[in-house]
Structure formats: structure tokens, C-alpha cells
Design a protein around this ligand. Structure first.
Ligand SMILES: [Zn+2]
Length: 192
């Protein structure tokens, strides 16, 4: 099981802290709702922020009652993706909100994140995943912004959702965390 928490720092600052990372300790198990999880070490993962390949420590807890393990992922990461949330959000902004061609998106991305080594197909892949998850994102946003009006065209809806997040939150980390809490997956997860 994964939980996302606000690390309150940049990926580089987080990486520099090594294992000196303490997410808020869960008082009760998120699975059985009875056990009191205890610290269960760390695992290491990579975070590619477009400038550096960072190795970051992820704190784990384990419930002594039901045995589940809970990993606490910092909110600049997105589960199962190595690239940081900022990089992936920028991709979606360029491709779906601005409507740029794949070639132009790559050019813009490389200017901002000089260490990206991508093919255009990769941008299409992320855009498709986002569009697949669009109805859930819309539902989340409608609860927050009841006046939000969405049309029927999928691309226009995606554009509206991206603009709403950009203007309503100023950053992507908190809505991405909210989505994960409500849907138990990221907004770029494959649909089963
Ligand atoms: Zn438990």
C-alpha cells in the first residue's frame, strides 16, 4: 500500500536528506484499521527531475496485526513512474492544454529539462493515460468547484481540467495527492 505525503521540499533537498526523512507516522493501519504500524525500514527508488537522477529513500511502515506494508511516497513523485510529477505535469500541459505537436513538446521540454532523453511516443503515452483517467479527475474537481462546466469533447475536457488545476491550485502536488487518496491510484495509472 502506498500513501503520498507532502515532503515540503524539492526532490533535490529530499534526496540530500537520505534516510533522515520522517513522514507523519500512521496512528492506525489503513488496511485493518486496528493495528498500530511500526517502522519497517526504507527502500530506495529513483526520481528523475529532468536535471538529475536522484536516489531517494522511501519510508515504510508495517502493521503487526494484518502484516501489510505502507510506503510513504513524497508528493513530488508519482507511483510507478521515475520522472517527477513536475516533469509529467509539464508534458500534459504542453500536449493537452496548449495543444502543441509532439515535436514542439519535445523541444520545449528539453529546454526546461535538459536531461530528458525521450521519443515523441512517450509524450503520447502519458497523454493517453491522462485521458483514460479524465472522468475521475473531473469528478474530483467537480466536488471542489461545483460550478465547473465540462463539454462533451474529450480533448476540450482535458484542456479544461488542466487549466482548472493550474488556476485553482497553483501546483499539481496537492490535487495529485487528493486523487490518489480518493481513487487509490495515480491519475496516470492504467485502467484495469
Ligand atoms: Zn493492519
Amino acid at each position: 500500500m502506498q500513501r503520498i505525503f507532502d515532503a515540503g521540499c524539492s526532490p533535490q533537498e529530499y534526496a540530500a536528506k537520505g534516510k533522515a526523512i520522517e513522514p507523519p507516522r500512521p496512528r492506525i493501519c489503513f488496511g485493518c484499521k486496528i493495528g498500530k504500524p511500526h517502522k519497517h525500514g526504507f527502500y530506495w527508488r529513483f526520481c528523475l527531475d529532468g536535471h538529475f537522477c536522484l536516489r531517494i529513500a522511501i519510508r515504510r511502515y508495517r502493521c503487526p496485526r494484518c502484516g501489510i506494508t505502507i510506503s510513504f511516497l513524497p508528493s513530488f513523485c508519482i507511483p510507478k513512474f521515475q520522472h517527477s510529477l513536475e516533469v509529467l505535469w509539464k508534458v500534459l500541459h504542453l500536449r493537452l492544454e496548449k495543444g502543441h505537436s509532439l515535436r514542439w513538446c519535445l523541444k520545449k521540454l528539453l529546454k526546461r529539462f535538459p536531461h530528458l532523453d525521450w521519443f515523441p511516443q512517450r509524450i503520447s503515452f502519458y497523454a493517453k493515460r491522462f485521458l483514460d483517467n479524465l472522468p475521475w479527475l473531473e469528478s474530483l474537481l467537480r466536488n471542489i468547484f461545483p460550478r465547473l462546466r465540462l463539454g462533451s469533447d474529450k480533448k476540450k475536457r482535458a484542456k479544461k481540467v488542466l487549466a482548472t488545476v493550474r488556476l485553482g491550485f497553483h501546483e499539481i502536488q496537492s490535487p495529485a495527492r487528493l486523487f490518489h487518496e480518493q481513487c487509490h491510484r495515480s491519475f496516470l495509472a492504467p485502467l484495469c
